[in-house]
Each structure stands twice: as structure tokens, then as C-alpha cells.
Design a protein around this ligand. Structure first.
Ligand code: NIG
Ligand code: FE
Length: 442
């Protein structure tokens, strides 16, 4: 798989359809299709990642056209160009459905503070944590934030991620939240990755609004009556999210904010039960949120509530690892209860500064006790469902967007095995190159 990949034509004019030129992905040791219904997978469905050998993938224009034997594809698409997968494993482009990728400086100093015994919430109470990133982001220009985020998002893509959800939430004023969301919109227009914007103006109560109960209520009023309408009218966010946690937003406050967001046309997410159980999962379920995220401290009632909701449980084991916690979200209990599980990086400067989604898959297997197939489903189909994209992203199946990742491994079980190593050699979004390592890909 090393060296440069040559494109070759099978002869004759390249077949053109209204969608564009055909290209065949050939010589993959395995194609992990994750093919199936266009919705989140639950229970035993998660354990089938649709691993196929001896097949290629035909892409026409920006879509997957067919998965079949290479001989059959060559017959069906005479003259198609070919991309040589060189014995690697081809998967749907990975979906990172929870990140806070727009920030200024990294917060490496907090790591030693935690090692010395201060916990995450104590650091926040002292004005660090999210507050520190807020002070910093407010001082940065839109252009500087673009430069910083561009490089970071390319790192996420270099590990095989092709879809990235990006939250605002380090601005916490109307102006700074809009600035962040404009940065996301500009990056979405410029970068090859598929980017999904989320408004997280309720990431913290800003320090200047923590001085009194009235000031705190004032910020929530601003969120509901100024920020959400502005974000919605400028169409800057698909989702709205709230950090529902003891000491941050209560379930009642979270509900009021998310009700307003839904009324303004946004889909809903919730940071729920990350550090302590506070009824977040139950709230996400009762709101019909698209996802409830974190859930390391979810209650039994929360699991039951999610089991009868459409909500995806997005688990973020990198965060618990980085915070030095031994507890993890009860992934097996979610799966046994029929709750669809997604895995994401939570990429952010405070609790999970890793761009490496395959590393999170490793944690999914080693800490959350998922099978490799379940972990793959969690980072493809179910990640797409957590972004309301399950009908077009996350599968290598006819009609799906040609979002693909190629890994320099011979068996998909190697992906969560060589942990920390980057085996991604190429990725594509809508059939166009997204990340390329040393391959000559056009
Ligand atoms: O998902 N919990 C809230 N938000 C982030 C952390 C953000 C930060 O510490 O900067 C999270 O862990
Ligand atoms: Fe988060």
C-alpha cells in the first residue's frame, strides 16, 4: 500500500451518467459496507458491519452506485477509472458527531492541575475550564479562528473522519457565538469535509452572568429571545445543544432553551449526565432529541427513557479517559436495552483534545466492551443518525454519498488495534478527495 497510487482506465470512453464519471474502487481486502436500513441501528443490528471480501465499489459522480465483484463492476461500467486500494480496508468515511473544534489556545495547563487533584468542575469554579476558552475566543478574530480550526480539522480528517459536527459555545455573547458560527460556515464552504453546525450558546453560564440569580436568568432570556432567533434567521446552525449538568444548566433551564430552539426550527442535542446524573437522558428522550451525549453518569431511568425514544446515545470515552475517570458510559446496557449507540471524539481543548476517531473506537472496544462491528456501526451509521444524516451518509450502499475512508490494514479488526497509529491513507467526500497521505489521488 505504500508509494503512489496510479489511476488507470479499463479502456474505452469513461462512462458518463447525469451524475458524472464512474470510478471503481478495487483491490480492497475488505469493504466494510455498514449497509442496511437508512436509520440508527439498535441491539443486535449494531453487530453487523456488513464486512465483504472480494468486492469493489462503483462510484458515479458523488454517489455510491454499486457494490459487487470487480469483474461485474468492470462489465457494468466499461471505461471507468480505477482506484487501487492496494489490499487495504475501505470503510464509510467516519462520522464524528460531537466536537467543539472552534477554539483559540489549547488548555494543556489544566492537565497537570487535574493530576494534582483539582477536578474538572473545580477548575471551572475557579474561572478556568470553559471560561478560560471563552475569554480567549472572545479576543480572537474570525480570521485567526479560521486558521486555527482549519489545521485542526485537517488533523481530524487525516484519521479517516469525513463528517464533523462542530459546536459553537466558547463565545457566550450574541456577537461571539455568531462569530464562531460564521467561522464554521466559512470552513464548511472551504474544506472538503462534510461539516454540521451546532449552536451551543448554553455551554456555560458566562462568568459575568454568574454574579446573581437575576443575571443568570438574564443570560437564559438572551439565549431564548436574542441568540436563538438570530442563529435561526441567519441559518447558521442545524442543531442546538445545552450542557445540562449540576452547576451548569438545570434540566428545567435546558428544556426551556431547547423548546425555543425547536420552535425556531433547529434539531436538538443535549450534553447529558456527563459527570453526575441530573435527568439529562430523560430530558433528551422526552424532547425527542436527535442525540443525548456523554451519559457516563446516566441513571437506570435515563436508560429506560432513551430505550423508548428516537434519540441516539452518543458516547465519548476519550473524554473520560482524558479526565482521568475510571467510570465509562454503560454502553452494553444501552445496546441491550435497544438504545442506538454512536461513538464520537468530543474533540475540544479541555476534556478531549484528540483528533483520532479510530483511537476512540479502540476505547469503545477496550473500555465500553463493544465488538469491532458495533464500534464501526457507532462511528458510521449511528454517527450519521446522530446528525440526522442516516439516509445519505455512513454506509457504502447504492445511493449513499461517496464518503469513503481507506485504511492501510488487511482486516477491520486492526482499526481499533494499532491504537494511536494513523492507518488512514485516503478519504473521499462526495467522491472527491478529502484526505490523502502519500497517495497521488485526483
Ligand atoms: O463535552 N462538557 C462540556 N463541554 C465539553 C468540554 C468543553 C471544555 O472543557 O472546553 C465536553 O466535555
Ligand atoms: Fe462536548
Amino acid at each position: 500500500m505504500s508509494g503512489r497510487t496510479a489511476e488507470r482506465r479499463t479502456g474505452g470512453p469513461a462512462e458518463r451518467t447525469s451524475g458524472g464519471t464512474a470510478r471503481l474502487f478495487v483491490n480492497a481486502a475488505q469493504v466494510v459496507t455498514c449497509a442496511g436500513p437508512p436509520r440508527a441501528r439498535r441491539g443486535s443490528e449494531m453487530n453487523d458491519a456488513g464486512v465483504r471480501t472480494d468486492v469493489g465499489v462503483a462510484v458515479v459522480g458523488d454517489r455510491i452506485a454499486e457494490v459487487d465483484s470487480v469483474a461485474a463492476l468492470r462489465e457494468r461500467f466499461p471505461g471507468a477509472s480505477e482506484f487501487d486500494c492496494r489490499g487495504g480496508v475501505l470503510t464509510p468515511g467516519l462520522v464524528d458527531s460531537h466536537t467543539h473544534g472552534i477554539f483559540g489556545r489549547p488548555r494543556y495547563e489544566e492537565q497537570e492541575m487535574r493530576a494534582a487533584g483539582l477536578d474538572y468542575m473545580e477548575i471551572a469554579r475557579r474561572g478556568g475550564g470553559i471560561h478560560s476558552s471563552v475569554r480567549d475566543l472572545r479576543a480572537q478574530s474570525e480570521d485567526t479562528l479560521i486558521v486555527l480550526a482549519r489545521a485542526r480539522l485537517r488533523r481530524l480528517a487525516s484519521f479517516g473522519t469525513t463528517t464533523i459536527e462542530l459546536k459553537s459555545g466558547y463565545g457566550l455573547t450574541l456577537e461571539d457565538e455568531l462569530k464562531t458560527l460564521r467561522v464554521i460556515a466559512r470552513l464548511a464552504a472551504e474544506l472538503p469535509m462534510r461539516i454540521v453546525p451546532t449552536f451551543l450558546g448554553a455551554h456555560e453560564i458566562p462568568l459575568e452572568h454568574r454574579v446573581s440569580d437575576a443575571a443568570r436568568r438574564g443570560y437564559i432570556e438572551t439565549l431564548i429571545h436574542e441568540m436563538i432567533p438570530a442563529v435561526a434567521s441567519q441559518r447558521l446552525a442545524t442543531f442546538a445543544d445545552v450542557f445540562c449538568e449540576q452547576g451548569v444548566y438545570s434540566p428545567e433551564e435546558s428544556r426551556a432553551i431547547l423548546d425555543a430552539a425547536r420552535d425556531a426550527g433547529m434539531l436538538l442535542k443535549l450534553h447529558a449526565d456527563e459527570l453526575a446524573p441530573s435527568g439529562g437522558a430523560e430530558l433528551a428522550a422526552s424532547l425527542g432529541a436527535t442525540s443525548a451525549d456523554h451519559l457516563a453518569a446516566v441513571s437506570d431511568e435515563g436508560i429506560d427513557a432513551l430505550a423508548s425514544a428516537p434519540t441516539v446515545a452518543t458516547l465519548l470515552p476519550g473524554t473520560m479517559l482524558f479526565l482521568g475517570k475510571s467510570r465509562h458510559a454503560p454502553a452494553r446496557r444501552f445496546i441491550d436495552a435497544g438504545v442506538p449507540v454512536a461513538l464520537a471524539s468530543d474533540f475540544n481543548p479541555g476534556t478531549s483534545p484528540t483528533p483520532n476517531l479510530p483511537l476512540v473506537l479502540m476505547l469503545g472496544v477496550s473500555q465500553l466492551r463493544l465488538s469491532v462491528a458495533e464500534a464501526m456501526t457507532a462511528a458510521t451509521v449511528n454517527g450519521a443518525a446522530a446528525l440526522a444524516l442516516a439516509d445519505r451518509v455512513g454506509q457504502i450502499a447504492p445511493g449513499y454519498s461517496a464518503d469513503l475512508a481507506l485504511f492501510e490494514i488487511a482486516d477491520v479488526r486492526e482499526l481499533p488495534y494499532w491504537y494511536g497509529d494513523n492507518r488512514c491513507v485516503a478519504s473521499f467526500v462526495c467522491g472527491k478527495p478529502c484526505h490523502t497521505s502519500n497517495l497521488d489521488i485526483t
